[in-house]
Design a protein around this ligand. Structure first.
Ligand code: SF4
Ligand code: SF4
Ligand code: SF4
Length: 230
């Protein structure tokens, strides 16, 4: 699964001729792209919404290859931001901005095709050729995404915490999640869980992906997993 989704992400960044990948696959000229192939299986599209209803943002914590890469890069990051700070408060704003830019490119500009991907010869040289002949707009789009992912070397998980439009959508819909990692009333706000969280958050708060890493970190035994009584 991770391999398929990894190929999907790779094509989305390096091969997709549209600014917003995976939404125009049926008319895309890249016939062998994983996005195009997997989009034929509508069950896959049902899987992500279903996973949010059941397990909140668990897709981010368990399946997303983008999240996996971001976490790996984040291990070497200079600033982990695992304390309560003013940057954390910007997370929802950054995520909303990422989604707004994506929707603008897709729905307002009509997701214009900015390159004709070149598929002649070996895999890597053909990608090099695509870059060589790409429009300025596509290069800006691609280097912006790569730059923001690389910025994860400065601030851990920057893309996932502050930018990702998919993460923003999942963040909104996770409010209806049935099963989640959450804090009980025994929580005394010591922030021990926050200090071990790769997303720099606490259970059931903004950016919590239900990964469960913090389950054993609470000195008050206040972190539970399952259905939260409202
Ligand atoms: S925030 Fe985006 S890139 Fe990060 S794990 Fe979630 S969907 Fe993947
Ligand atoms: S470690 Fe436990 S008590 Fe401390 S903030 Fe997290 S949930 Fe609350
Ligand atoms: S708060 Fe806990 S469950 Fe949520 S993302 Fe952080 S470590 Fe994972």
């Amino acid at each position: 699964m991770l391999f398929v989704l990894g190929q999907w992400s790779f094509y989305g960044i390096f091969r997709c001729p549209y600014p917003v990948p995976f939404v125009d696959c049926q008319v895309c000229p890249v016939i062998t792209c994983w996005g195009r192939i997997t989009s034929l299986f509508w069950g896959l599209w049902l899987f992500v919404p279903l996973s949010v209803i059941l397990f909140g943002r668990a897709f981010c914590g368990w399946l997303c290859p983008g999240g996996f890469v971001n976490q790996l890069i984040g291990k070497a990051a200079i600033f982990k931001l695992r304390t309560r700070n003013r940057f954390s408060k910007w997370a929802p704003l950054g995520l909303c901005l990422g989604l707004a830019v994506t929707l603008f490119l897709w729905l307002v500009l009509g997701n214009p095709r900015w390159i004709i991907p070149i598929r002649i010869g070996e895999f890597w040289p053909s990608i090099g050729l695509s870059f060589e002949h790409a429009s300025t707009a596509w290069l800006i789009r691609t280097f912006t995404v790569l730059g923001l992912v690389a910025a994860g070397l400065v601030i851990a998980n920057l893309w996932c915490r502050f930018v990702c439009p998919t993460g923003c959508l999942l963040e909104w819909f996770k409010r209806v999640a049935i099963f989640r990692v959450f804090k009980t009333d025994a929580c005394n706000n010591c922030d021990a869980c926050l200090k071990i969280c790769e997303m720099g958050t606490r259970p059931d708060e903004v950016n919590c992906t239900n990964c469960g890493d913090c389950l054993k970190s609470c000195p008050e035994n206040a972190i539970k997993i399952g259905r939260k009584r409202m």
